[in-house]
Design a protein around this ligand. Structure first.
Ligand code: PAF
Length: 255
């Protein structure tokens, strides 16, 4: 498995590849949800590239960025064993030679749900994904449905800008107790980890959104939102210490 740090390096490497290329962008701290994306890419494409980059422009809370888990040595080992052709490990200087003077902004759906609670979040996501897709020019790029709003926005961006990459969505991977797999789960205290699956349980229940908000709050979660749109219920909650809470998101198909 190759590792590339410079933009020209990864671009040149991509040009040496014959056949289809699948790409899985990540922020590291890899779990089985990420590995499922890699497997799907390996099934469909001849070569799979992965990026690991904790993108600062998508964090609205500096503590959340500082506390984002980092398990790079393990990530590289896991990706090597998973048959990945190359890993791209850029820095801010590599990805943002413009110092974020240019951005990709979606003006409608990005303002709802998580976007309403994390100002600028999706502009950061779309901008970095656009940069990565332009460098790697994959045939397919893989995103998990846990970040359903992100998946929809990235797909919309690919269409709006006539990108040549097909955006592939993959189902949310869950722990046996129903908690959606997320790198942030590593930051949950033992008590919060025990409570966390109640979030998914309540999202699935038949109560209306307001009742679910009330029941989550009673159970000990700080609720950002619960909202149902077109048969899918979306939620975001905060757990743990107020200065650097762990934010969990999830969504379930209902009805
Ligand atoms: O879902 C993520 O891990 C990130 O938002 C992504 C797509 C890698 C962009 O930084």
């Amino acid at each position: 498995m190759k590792t590339h740090r410079a933009a020209v390096e990864v671009r040149d490497f991509r040009h040496t590849l014959d056949g289809t290329v699948g790409f899985v962008p990540t922020m590291g701290a890899l779990h089985d949800g990420h590995l499922f994306l890699v497997e799907e890419s390996r099934r469909a494409c001849e070569h799979t590239l992965v990026s690991i980059y904790v993108n600062p422009t998508q964090f609205n809370n500096p503590n959340d960025l500082t506390n984002y888990p980092d398990t790079l040595d393990n990530d590289l080992e896991v990706l090597k064993n998973a048959g990945v052709a190359a890993v791209f490990l850029p820095t801010y200087e590599v990805l943002y030679p413009d110092d974020f003077a240019y951005e990709v902004d979606e003006k409608v759906f990005s303002r709802e749900l998580c976007g309403a609670h994390r100002a600028g979040h999706f502009t950061g996501v779309l901008t970095v994904v656009m940069k990565l897709l332009n460098l790697i020019r994959p045939d397919q790029a893989y995103f998990g449905e846990k970040d359903y709003q992100q998946l929809k926005l990235v797909r919309g961006m690919a269409e709006a800008f006539f990108l040549q990459t097909e955006i592939v969505g993959c189902p949310t991977m869950r722990e046996p107790d129903g908690l959606a797999m997320s790198s942030r789960n590593l930051n949950l205290s033992r008590g919060d980890r025990q409570l966390a699956p109640v979030f998914n349980e309540l999202l699935q229940c038949e109560d209306d959104d307001e009742e679910v908000v009330a029941r989550l709050a009673e159970s000990g979660f700080t609720v950002d939102y619960v909202r149902t749109i077109e048969g899918r219920r979306f939620g975001a909650v905060l757990m743990g210490n107020e200065d650097s809470p762990v934010r969990l998101i999830d969504n379930v198909s209902i009805g």
